[in-house]
Design a binder for this molecule. Structure first.
Ligand code: FMN
Length: 211
């Protein structure tokens, strides 16, 4: 396994405080655009870390589906992550754009978006994804793939016809409101750049961390 002994040089492009904009959400938007243009495969994918009611950290990949004063994603509210968020709203989100030698780490709290906002987004999804939201009790065990296919077929039948598939009550969006954002840029000799924005009472403070 060559990858375990490889030593990649992450290059010399610097990340300077003077290149960063004052609003970290705007800075993130710039980097997401760069990742789209690169192009990074699924640039809006991020690893979402949550904490269960037992204090256990758990993580999984989800897709960023909106960006305003927070980071929006959608999921099943009754899933493992949904249960974790009911118990503890603290989250971390990691965007790893490795081919660009870039990473963004966000910390904050997640809250459900309004039902209207969830419904609006649900309506924009492909029909198959809408049916799947009804068909899958996300994170619950199931005895076989066949049983899962049957659940999909049943949901598909239920909403057969020309009518829209309504949003299931257990499916919707969360908005992560950030308190800390770290922009990481790989550099040669593992002397990477790390610029961190921390929320203050009236804006953001910025500091550089050692790699
Ligand atoms: C690239 C990628 C994108 C994903 N996007 C989502 C998503 O937007 N929402 C979601 O619920 N699950 C998404 N998943 C599946 C999750 O990683 C996870 O398996 C699922 O949400 C169940 O997680 P949980 O049991 O921790 O709640 C995605 C997986 C991958 C690999």
């Amino acid at each position: 396994m060559d990858s375990l002994s490889r030593h990649e040089d992450y290059g010399s492009d610097p990340l300077r405080e003077s290149d960063m904009v004052a609003d970290p959400l705007a800075q993130f938007r710039d980097w997401l655009k760069d990742a789209e243009d690169f192009p990074i495969y699924e640039p809006n994918a991020f690893v979402l870390g949550t904490i269960t009611d037992k204090g256990t950290p758990t993580a999984r990949t989800v897709l960023l589906k909106g960006l305003d004063d927070g980071f929006l994603f959608s999921t099943n509210y009754l899933s493992r992550k949904g249960n974790a968020l009911d118990a503890d709203d603290h989250v971390t989100a990691v965007f790893g754009w490795y081919a660009m030698h870039r990473q963004v780490i966000i910390e904050g709290t997640a809250a459900k978006v309004s039902p209207d906002e969830s419904s609006e987004y649900f309506a924009s999804r492909p029909r198959g994804s809408q049916v799947a939201a009804w068909a899958s009790e996300q994170s619950r065990p199931i005895e076989s793939r066949d049983a899962l296919e049957q659940q999909f077929a049943d949901a598909d039948d239920r909403f057969a016809g020309d009518g829209d598939v309504p949003r299931p009550p257990h499916w919707g969006g969360y908005r992560i409101v950030p308190t800390r954002l770290e922009f990481w840029k790989g550099r040669s000799n593992r002397m990477h750049d790390r610029i961190v924005y921390l929320r203050t009472s009236d804006g953001w403070s910025v500091e550089r961390l050692q790699p």
